[in-house]
Design a protein around this ligand. Structure first.
Ligand SMILES: *Cc1c(COP(=O)(O)O)cnc(C)c1O
Length: 350
């Protein structure tokens, strides 16, 4: 016997590298290359440190109200957390408590199986098709819940709102979570469906399209009933999650829709230009609707390209995993960063 027998053993999630060097081109964790909305910096400068004496609002009410206003839902339909990872972890804990397995794609956000293992939730992987599409029949079998990102990561593939609705409609007895981390780069959100389906939870984040990965803000939208259950779990775990500066600065980001549209529009334009230039270099990829490309080269193995790029201080993401070990996930940076990457690849690939 040992105290170690009673330890909850888990295999943690492995995030993309955050190198200390500043002189690199960082295209490996899907952050935004542009700064947050100008109001965020202004708010930071105006912050009164005396206010830090007090606990923050438990519900993040100011931020909840700003988001509710923006997404045209009631504040009762909104839940905020420390990045969508926190929101998703809380949702797994709250909603996935069946003996039946939860379902998610075999190629997807690699945190899902980590949470399932952490909470001892049984799960079953649903293989994507050869061209990385969801096969909706896979989600019609008995299950304890469903989660998938739309667009998916790291594939970048967007499924139609009709397909997503069919999956939700076929599963009224479990909670269906749609992770919309990348929806602002050309996808269509299923948020309007939360009125129709009490069991639908839609999760989004400030980390990609709102340029605030370092601030840690995520949120979920769903029926009041679903959100109330999430709050019950949260207030049984850690009540004060979002801190006061985060709430205040988050509001600024939501209120500047013009800036939001401007930076997401720029990233989309750069992405579409990259599709052309990368194709000319012999790469092929899915028709990404995200802020990254999921690319494979017709001759050079992805691992070799990955290592050569890293040598040059250009960081992208590579997974030595079945089905995707010849792909690179390349975050869309500024035009200048992408031009430097293309110049290197041209030279490297001869
Ligand atoms: C980035 C990402 C998240 C988590 O982002 P946070 O920074 O925790 O908000 C969740 N889901 C997917 C699919 C992601 O790519």
């Amino acid at each position: 016997m040992s105290w170690e027998n009673n330890v909850r053993k888990v295999e943690p999630y492995v995030a993309g590298e955050q190198p200390k060097r500043k002189d690199i081109i960082k295209l490996n964790t899907n952050e935004c290359p542009y700064p947050p909305a100008p109001g965020v910096a202004k708010k930071a400068a105006e912050m009164q440190c005396d206010d830090l004496r007090l606990y923050p609002d438990m519900n993040g009410e100011k931020l909840v109200n700003a988001l509710a206003d923006y997404y045209q839902v009631s504040p009762d339909n909104l839940f905020v957390g420390i990045g969508s990872d926190d929101v998703l972890a809380m949702a797994f804990l709250t909603f996935f408590n069946s003996d039946k397995p939860i379902l998610f794609p075999d190629i997807t956000y690699s945190f899902y199986d980590v949470w399932a293992n952490l909470y001892r939730i049984p799960y079953e992987l649903c293989p994507l098709t050869e061209d990385f599409r969801i096969n909706k029949e896979d989600y019609l079998k008995p299950n304890g819940g469903i989660i998938f990102p739309n667009p998916n990561a790291p594939t970048g593939v967007l499924e139609s709102i009709e397909l997503v609705e069919e999956i939700i409609k076929a599963n009224p007895d479990v909670v269906v979570i749609v992770d919309e981390a990348y929806v602002d780069f050309g996808g269509q959100s299923v948020v309007p469906l939360i009125e129709k389906y009490e069991n639908l939870l839609v999760v989004q984040t400030f980390s990609k399209s709102r340029a605030m990965a370092g601030m840690r803000i995520g949120f979920a939208m769903g029926s009041k009933k679903l959100i109330d259950y999430l709050k019950d779990a949260k207030f049984s775990f850690n009540s004060y999650t979002l801190n006061m500066p985060t709430i205040e600065m988050g509001v600024e980001a939501v209120e500047d829709d013009k800036y939001f549209k401007e930076i997401t529009g720029k990233i989309i334009a750069t992405r579409e230009r990259m599709k052309k230039e990368m194709a000319e270099l012999g790469f092929s990829f899915t028709d990404s609707k995200t802020n990254f490309l999921f690319a494979t080269h017709k001759e050079k193995p992805a691992k070799e390209i990955f290592e050569a790029m890293k040598e040059q201080g250009i960081y992208v993401r590579y997974w030595n995993k079945p089905r995707i070990n010849n792909h690179l996930r390349i975050t869309i940076g500024t035009d200048e960063q992408m031009d430097r990457m293309i110049a290197f690849l041209k030279d490297y690939l001869g």
